[in-house]
Design a protein around this ligand. Structure first.
Ligand SMILES: Cc1cc2nc3c(=O)[nH]c(=O)nc-3n(C[C@H](O)[C@H](O)[C@H](O)COP(=O)(O)O)c2cc1C
Length: 186
């Protein structure tokens, strides 16, 4: 069956509310696999064979993480350095080429409010702009960029807001699953 692979990069999932709520909602959806990368690689030593296999076996890829200092948690960067470098610079024909056209959805939770990400706000740039390195990576790797799924005010959100976000996430994953490889991603 076509599969959505959610790679979760949260340095402290035990303290999480937002990402935990999203994962709980996605858990058990048909054809969705969630991999807690921090639990798998607590020492940061990534099994590149396993990760390459996982990506090639997936039909759609999701990077899910809390924003940290306007960027991704460090394990996601390490994963890119290890896995994508191998697939796209060392073994392109055998590995990297096999990702062509697969949709990539970035799911990011942010502590700040949307207006903090306005030009006159505390963070100066829109979150979409801060995610451009991931968009460039998707482009370089031939992945179809999907509109990111962003949760603002993540650490202040009450249970009701988290529940609503989780329900939206399930809908969004459903839309992503409905896109065919090579289509404009949902
Ligand atoms: C080290 C660190 C850096 C952070 N940097 C940012 C940031 O740059 N922008 C932002 O909006 N929130 C930032 N936050 C807040 C987190 O993004 C927020 O707490 C998280 O998304 C909440 O999700 P969770 O409940 O799953 O942990 C940061 C938090 C930590 C611990």
């Amino acid at each position: 069956m076509p599969k959505t692979l959610i790679l979760l990069f949260h340095p402290h999932l035990e303290r999480s509310r937002a990402n935990k709520a999203l994962c709980e909602a996605a858990h058990g959806l048909p054809d969705v696999e969630i991999v807690d990368m921090q639990a798998l690689y607590p020492d940061g030593r990534i099994d590149t064979d396993a990760e390459v296999h996982r990506l090639i076996a997936a039909d759609r890829i999701v990077f899910q993480f809390p924003l940290q200092w306007y960027s991704t948690p460090p394990l996601l960067k390490s994963w890119q350095d290890a896995v994508l470098t191998r697939m796209f610079y060392i073994a392109y024909e055998a590995e990297g080429a096999k990702l062509a056209g697969k949709p990539l959805l970035v799911v990011a939770t942010a502590g700040n409010a949307p207006d903090a990400y306005a030009p006159d706000g505390a963070n100066l740039f829109p979150l979409h702009d801060l995610l451009k390195p991931l968009r460039a990576t998707a482009h370089r790797c031939g992945l179809a960029w999907a509109e990111p799924f962003l949760i603002y005010n993540a650490h202040k959100a009450d249970d009701e807001a988290l529940q609503a976000a989780a329900e939206h996430y399930v809908v969004r994953l459903g839309r992503l699953a409905a896109t065919e490889s090579g289509d404009k991603a949902a």
